[in-house]
Design a protein. Sequence first.
Lengths: 249, 249
Amino acid sequence: MEPRDSMSFDEFKQLAMVSMEEMCREIFKENQASIKIKKEAVALKNLARIFNTTLRLANEKGFQTMSLRDLSRASGMSMGALYSYFSSKEALLEMIQNRGRRLTRKILSRLVDPAQDPAAKLETAIRAHLYLTEVMLPWFYFSYMETKNLDKIQQKKSIESELATERMFIEILDEGKRQGVFRVADCVLTASVIKAMLQDWYLKRWKYTRRQVSVDDYAGFVIDFVESAIHAPLAKRPEEKGGQDGSRG
Amino acid sequence: MEPRDSMSFDEFKQLAMVSMEEMCREIFKENQASIKIKKEAVALKNLARIFNTTLRLANEKGFQTMSLRDLSRASGMSMGALYSYFSSKEALLEMIQNRGRRLTRKILSRLVDPAQDPAAKLETAIRAHLYLTEVMLPWFYFSYMETKNLDKIQQKKSIESELATERMFIEILDEGKRQGVFRVADCVLTASVIKAMLQDWYLKRWKYTRRQVSVDDYAGFVIDFVESAIHAPLAKRPEEKGGQDGSRG
DNA sequence: GTCTATATACCGATAGAC
DNA sequence: GTCTATCGGTATATAGAC
């Protein structure tokens, strides 16, 4: 699929679902040494179930607190069966982290379009990031909350991934500043607070759900807010009368 | 101490330290039923040590993962001694949460000044919130990360506290909008992203430390960014030439 | 008031029946 | 390929010496 200026959330979801299956297969093939199950169809189905159940339980009470007996109960698989799919609790965590990071990279790399101007790039990046975290919400929440419980190597990978995303925003802002379309006092700090706003979407999801704010609502708001703060050209905005709300979508 | 337009971080710190001791005494007196130690001086000293050590360990590896043996080792107190200060691990957690919430309320309530105009109020609120989280950084980080592990009652208190802070920002924005000094499309969402930016300060502290961004640097940046986004009168800003960075002191 | 020693329960992980 | 039964280790919490 070609990278495009504006992809709807439903299109994005379709794209992500395909990648999700693809990624499970990759993980299975890489870990075939430690996975005792040989039939791919069975393995993929159960791996997906294990991953999803783990994310759900871990997001309720923490990965360390979740016992494998909890996982066994919730997934409907016995302890013995579980250990046919991973060699240890830590190995399970690594597989989940791996799948998430890989999926993130794959999807984001498809959506970058170097031909766009900085303002359009910024909008695309914000929207893509929100769509991505929406589709993979349990993983992003999990990854954020459990980073400090990972071993040093995995921690480093998480931090690197975090900084890479931030760097993408820094570069967009830098380019816009050079071209004179953005008025940014500090690109690094600006990128940092943009990232904070984007992360709030999956960290405080209960709040937005309760208030019936959709991902497109939030994306539209953040894009307007940021563009307004850095005095970007307000491309798509209809008009601006004093103090009235301009709902977007 | 009178509420003032601009309090320096050092002044704020002084104020907070006094409240911190005060709060430990209150906690001690309230829990005297379950605390076996009777001498106030001994109890306060050890309670502070237990709280601080717990926050440090829990922020390294999570509260549930931190065993009381870890706490015993790190605090230099035996298991038996620890249980003279709290009746269970969960009770310890409740005391810590209680102290933090109470301290937060006490300090914030002193800094509200209804006489200020909306723009000044907004600046004061942003700065006070950042100063507060800076002084009580371990607790705020702990509280954010452990909320989901609390029982339902404590969870509800945390959420309530979170929404109360947000409501403060909503009211300031609403007032500014009514007076025509702010141009805000959606006060609730705006307050929400302001809060996200403020929380990033204690959630990603390693990043800001590494980049040598001080709390005053960050406060200045966020205030400028938000005021710029909502087109507030740029009271204290010196001048605005195209695209140059206006670092703020 | 603080210590060591211990009771009881549950953890991750594995062996072996089916 | 999935199950049950069980291992050794460690968790919270407590009892009793000093």
